[in-house]
Design a protein around this ligand. Structure first.
Ligand code: AMP
Length: 556
């Protein structure tokens, strides 16, 4: 399939805000897509290349894209940057530059979706010394054969910002329409396989029956069920017929997949973190008695000196560690508390009530030191619940979870089967979309950050505030190092960033604001910590902010 066919679909999608129209454009397009490309095209429509859990990652930043444009067009980098500033994004600027170039160059090869898929896979697989050079060559080769509009979308895809407003929901509806089934059936297959391309392929080849047969696979992580903030302990205890309270451990969520001798551990972002966690691996091997199982738990970093949970940053250091893993295991020992079971020998059990899943968990786990069951208390008594809460806080834990023993497990959803109670005001996880260069003492540092939240309807990240205070000098350095490679362009002291970094933000209040396109502004925002465990897709969206805003208002 020619890439230009996909490009004309991008143009049409970008030109309409109507969800219905977008859905019908995608529906028609999917029907015409050759079956062997259906595993890729849905990803490309969303502006991604691989399924989220795939170990493949392009690892290309704006800097490399600038180099590739300069290499292909022969235009000086400064000139390219000026145009990017004017146009507002690298993709649109490249389109203009390529239009100029088009008059002088003959394209040697027609770009196809197959070619782009193969090339981007090579980019993702390039590792080790000289890999940046190899990536640059591949990207430059693609661009040298690109028509202007193709260059625009290719660059946006590589940078992870397609901006044509296609969210998962749209694609789900379109797949259902194109292949004669319901959005619910598609959604369920997607939930279990976590791969929208695979879902589209199965829908085309095997129809509804095929989709219904999609099941969880040990080794393919599924999105974790999410917790809701409890309105109050009293209300939740009252609403849930049989509530199970659990200690809320202050660590990072992990999903452990065991298939005989093979055990893989995935992070909340569905990254494979088996290699950096040999200690968890060997304990899981001892503790999990079932031959095949998927269990979920929290990995807590214990400070050996105080015996209390260590900062979250320490956990992430361990998750990311590639070398010197053994030393790290000693420096920051992990303790794991398992709290759910999604799969046992005979198959997936997510549809069964939590009561039964917990029983399965207790049946297959033989606790060993540092690999235990989450402490649970089943009660409807407010008094007992409060005592349990106090105790868990005193032990240095984060708070409480209150779960519905009658509820199934719904991957990726925040549906009120699981509540959390923490002593602080709810924070927001937001994406840094811009920054500005500091002045005076902060000269040379990116020192004030624009926070964005996703508009679920369009997939766009809209600003909800700017945060500058509460950042220490050390953090300034850390943030600058982290953000500098993400700079897309600069205008004066303002810089626009590739949205990649998620931060947890505390604030005093959410205000409605005509100044921001999002309609909201955070009052006195303050960065609590980096959330490197979260991808921008998992950050809080505008719906969440709207809900918090509403609850704020109803409270008074
Ligand atoms: P939050 O990240 O604040 O939305 O809180 C939800 C997270 O708490 C989950 O994703 C888990 O990582 C963590 N957690 C800690 N203890 C438990 C528990 N007993 N049950 C479920 N989640 C827990």
């Amino acid at each position: 399939m020619r890439y230009s066919e996909l490009v004309s679909i991008y143009d049409r999608l970008g030109a309409t805000a109507s969800k219905l129209e977008k859905t019908s454009i995608i529906t028609e397009f999917l029907k015409e897509t050759p079956p062997e490309l259906l595993d890729t095209v849905p990803h490309l429509l969303m502006g991604t290349v691989f399924p989220s859990w795939s170990p493949l990652d392009l690892g290309v930043g704006p800097g490399l894209v600038y180099d590739a444009i300069t290499f292909v067009t022969g235009i000086r980098k400064e000139e390219v940057k000026d145009l990017v500033r004017e146009e507002g994004d690298i993709g649109s600027a490249a389109e203009k530059l390529f239009q100029k170039k088009a008059q002088t160059t003959l394209f040697s090869e027609t770009l196809t979706v197959e070619k782009i898929r193969a090339s981007l896979e090579k980019v993702a697989r390039a590792e080790g010394t000289g890999s940046q050079d190899r990536k640059l060559k591949i990207v430059a080769e693609l661009l040298s054969n690109a028509q202007p509009a193709e260059a625009k979308y290719l660059i946006r895809t590589i940078l992870g910002e397609l901006r044509v407003g296609v969210a998962e929901g749209l694609l789900r509806d379109a797949i259902a329409k194109a292949f004669g089934t319901t959005p619910e059936v598609v959604e369920r297959a997607y939930m279990l396989s976590n791969d929208i391309g695979r879902v589209a392929s199965i829908a085309a080849r095997e129809g509804e029956e095929g989709l219904k047969g999609v099941s969880m696979t040990v080794g393919v992580p599924i999105k974790p069920m999410l917790a809701q903030l409890a309105p109050s302990m009293e209300k939740v205890l009252e609403d849930i017929p049989e509530p199970a309270l659990e200690v809320k451990y202050d660590g990072a969520r992990i999903q452990i997949h065991k298939d005989g001798e093979s055990i893989r551990i995935f992070s909340r972002r569905l990254e494979d973190v088996t290699a950096p966690l040999p200690d968890v691996l060997s304990r899981a091997r001892q503790a999990i008695k079932a031959d095949r199982a998927i269990v979920e738990g929290e990995a807590v970093a214990m400070d050996p000196k105080t015996g209390r949970p260590a900062p979250f940053q320490d956990i992430l250091r361990r998750f990311r560690r590639k070398y010197g893993v053994t030393a790290m295991v000693e420096e920051i020992p992990f303790e794991v508390y398992v709290f759910d079971c999604l799969f046992v020998d005979d198959g997936a059990i997510i549809d069964r009530p939590f009561r039964e899943r917990r029983q399965e968990l207790e049946a297959i786990i033989e606790p060993v030191a540092s690999f235990e069951l989450a402490v649970q208390l089943v009660t409807k008594s407010l008094e007992k619940a409060e005592a349990f809460y106090r105790e868990s806080l005193e032990m240095g834990h984060e708070g409480l979870m209150i779960k519905n023993l009658d509820a199934p497990y719904i991957p990726g959803a925040r549906v009120g089967h699981m509540y959390k109670i923490k002593p602080v005001m709810e924070t927001l996880d937001l994406v840094i979309v811009g920054a500005h260069w500091g002045t005076g003492k902060r000269k040379g540092w990116l020192s004030s950050y624009v926070l964005g939240a996703r508009d679920e309807a369009t997939g766009e990240l809209l600003p909800v505030g700017r945060v500058g205070t509460g950042v220490t000098e050390e953090q300034l350095e850390e943030f600058t190092n982290l953000l500098r490679p993400l700079i897309e362009f600069e205008a004066g002291t303002e810089v626009r960033l590739k949205p990649q970094v998620v931060v947890e933000v505390a604030y005093q209040e959410i205000q409605s604001s005509p100044n921001y396109e999002s309609g909201f502004a955070l009052r006195f925002p303050r960065i609590v910590r980096l959330r490197e465990d979260k991808s921008p897709r998992e950050a809080d969206d505008l719906d969440r902010i709207r809900a918090l805003y509403d609850s704020q208002r109803s409270q008074g």
